[in-house]
Ligand binder design. Sequence first.
Ligand SMILES: CC(C)(COP(=O)(O)OP(=O)(O)OC[C@H]1O[C@@H](n2cnc3c(N)ncnc32)[C@H](O)[C@@H]1OP(=O)(O)O)[C@@H](O)C(=O)NCCC(=O)NCCS
Ligand SMILES: CC(=O)OP(=O)(O)O
Length: 324
Amino acid sequence: MGLFEELATKIQGANKRIVFPEGEDARIQAAVIRLAQTGLIKPILLGDEQAIAATANENHFDLTGIEIIDPKTYPKAQLETMVKALVERRKGKTDFETAEKWVTNVNYFGTMMVYMELADGMVSGAKHPTGDTVRPALQIVKTAPGSTRISGAFIMQKDEQRYVFSDAAINIDIDAQTMAEIAIQSAHTAQVFGIDPKVAMLSFSTKGSAKADQVTKVVEATKLAHEMDPQLAIDGELQFDAAFVPSVAAAKAPGSDVAGHANVFIFPDLQSGNIGYKIAQRFGGFEAIGPILQGLAKPISDLSRGCNADDVYKVALITAAQAL
Ligand SMILES: CC(C)(COP(=O)(O)OP(=O)(O)OC[C@H]1O[C@@H](n2cnc3c(N)ncnc32)[C@H](O)[C@@H]1OP(=O)(O)O)[C@@H](O)C(=O)NCCC(=O)NCCS
Ligand SMILES: CC(=O)OP(=O)(O)O
């Protein structure tokens, strides 16, 4: 069974309500119609009702039976309850006036629906950059117990090959502690997707071949991650070739049980992580599934703005599975 057949089986019958703040987008509508037809989730489209209808008309989509919420016409009393809940959640950080403004933004509105359990998860980011999509989640939903940072992983898949790349979406510049936490979160994500994790902590250096603060950070992160989970197969610092190619590993990192066989790749910063996944996707022909947000208290997923309807469908299945 393929990855998404497995996920579909898992979520079948759970009727998870997933809110899509970008209801006017044709890719979102196409995915939502497919999801509703399969009965796998209960989608909720957010947005301007007329604009949603216009997209549907243009594309000959039938949205019959799909719940649509237009924040502009949301009942006043319910909107007030939402604003109060937001102010309460952000006690001392966000005043009433700001909260009223925030909920006019579909990403804040959708995030509040998840926070208030009016929806089980949210999928956005087809039209919004990652920062605007995830900031409400960072401010309102916040981290799950045991996590101090949220990070973003991609499942990179081609034929039988399946790998995890992290952090490719969220934390711009990380210290050793954060890199270690991302490694632990990513090993967990790997297990969820049927990968037995072998974690490579990536650098431009392998086992002391270069000296620099950036290398020291990766060495320190490897040590910290090992302390956090002594059972985890993890090694670093490794260059990508040493992590991935057995013959290179034999030359550069002899004796490592991860080098040459790694399947979870932890990047030392967001420049390398985001560039790295896009190169594997566009040059290497890998399908990039994600970013899958790790360490959030409730499932909220970001899309790449380059996504297609199939990507939206798949990320929605992942989000519903995270909500189980
Ligand atoms: C994620 C991102 C938007 C957060 O930046 P920001 O909004 O400037 O963050 P701030 O530092 O102002 O923090 C806002 C809130 O989020 C929290 N936060 C920020 N990053 C966090 C993280 N990684 N994990 C958990 N919480 C985080 C802060 O603690 C703060 O909470 P508070 O308001 O309750 O005090 C920013 O790091 C970013 O733009 N990352 C890159 C995204 C991107 O473009 N990726 C490439 C495409 S996928
Ligand atoms: C994940 C990512 O790179 O997102 P975008 O392409 O929207 O910037």
